[in-house]
Design a protein around this ligand. Structure first.
Ligand code: ADP
Ligand code: MG
Length: 290
């Protein structure tokens, strides 16, 4: 049977939009010493907006958007949705595409017209030989401004860069402060590049690990777990393995169903300060048992 203090913490949590899948979650949350945050959709709103479109070679802005929207048409990634919103706002029709495939943590490819086209990270585009030194420097400048940059290219021809900015949640810095006060070390794990990560995480005084593929996040959580309880907060499909590996996986409520299914707890109101809140609630419940 569940001790009364745990049962009442579970229901007190539920009233505040903190859903926990059982009393073990309270026990584990009380023992957590580190918290790993995904960046996109967790520390930030996960609603990036297009801020800059830079054309490469002889492409026009309209062509860049038409190809990008075609490639991203079937994707539900936050970057894809932002690009589609911008194309719609600019009244640009997406070029028809087929056989779209996500390259997890890197981008999307599809066949547009009779050629393969991509919307992908500058690193991936560089490796594919589709981004030259000049394009890379421009991408780097935009990333230093805290923006995420994707490269739009067809075959190996760079068409343009699209920069997107995803604003930090208003209470993220406060949540980090509260976690420190609880003696907990917070860290950000992100698939984004180190410059964007530095601009966002550094602004909150947070340590970060960038360019992490889903399996890297998993491995990092595994390593962190050797030194004590780790809570992982995430939203995306690609966070599911890391959420599962952590002592406690917590899904942000507006995240995907996969994250919600895998997680041990969910924060329904998208408040980052609910993370230290959950830990305080759990510690108080456990203190009442002992
Ligand atoms: P995060 O860990 O910040 O949630 P993701 O792992 O989802 O990031 O994505 C990492 C990077 O992969 C993005 O910054 C982007 O460069 C690229 N990427 C992923 N999905 C897409 C997409 N649908 N369109 C363009 N780029 C993408
Ligand atoms: Mg994500």
């Amino acid at each position: 049977s569940v001790p009364a203090s745990i049962a009442s913490a579970l229901s007190a949590g539920a009233r505040r939009g903190l859903l926990m899948k059982g009393g073990e979650v309270i026990e584990a949350a009380a023992r957590v010493t580190r918290v790993a945050f995904d960046k996109t959709g967790t520390l930030t709103h996960g609603k990036p907006a297009v801020t800059d479109i830079v054309t490469l070679g002889s492409a026009t802005e309209a062509q860049v958007l038409a190809v990008a929207a075609g490639v991203e048409g079937g994707s539900s990634h936050p970057l894809a949705l932002a690009i589609l919103r911008r194309a719609e706002a600019d009244k640009i029709t997406a070029l028809p595409s087929r056989e779209a495939k996500a390259i997890v943590g890197k981008g999307v490819e599809a066949i547009v017209g009779d050629a393969k086209a991509w919307v992908a990270s500058p690193k991936f585009a560089m490796d594919a030989g589709a981004l030259d030194g000049l394009g890379l420097r421009r991408a780097t400048q935009l990333e230093d401004e805290g923006k995420t940059v994707v490269v739009v290219y067809r075959e190996r021809q760079g068409l343009g860069l699209i920069a997107l900015r995803d604003e930090p949640r208003a209470d993220a810095a406060e949540a980090v402060r509260q976690l420190r006060k609880l003696g907990i070390t917070p860290v950000v794990l992100t698939g984004d590049n180190p410059r964007t990560a530095a601009a966002i995480a550094g602004g909150m005084g947070l340590a970060y690990r960038a360019e992490m593929m889903p399996e890297d996040k998993l491995e990092e959580i595994r390593k962190m777990s050797e030194a004590g309880g780790v809570m992982m907060i995430g939203d995306g499909i690609n966070d599911a393995p890391a959420l599962k590996q952590a002592s406690i996986g917590v899904a942000m409520g507006s995240g995907t169903d996969v994250a919600l299914e895998t997680a041990d707890a969910a924060i329904l109101r998208d408040r980052v300060t609910d993370v230290p809140g959950l830990i305080r609630l759990s510690r108080a419940a456990m203190a009442n048992i002992r």
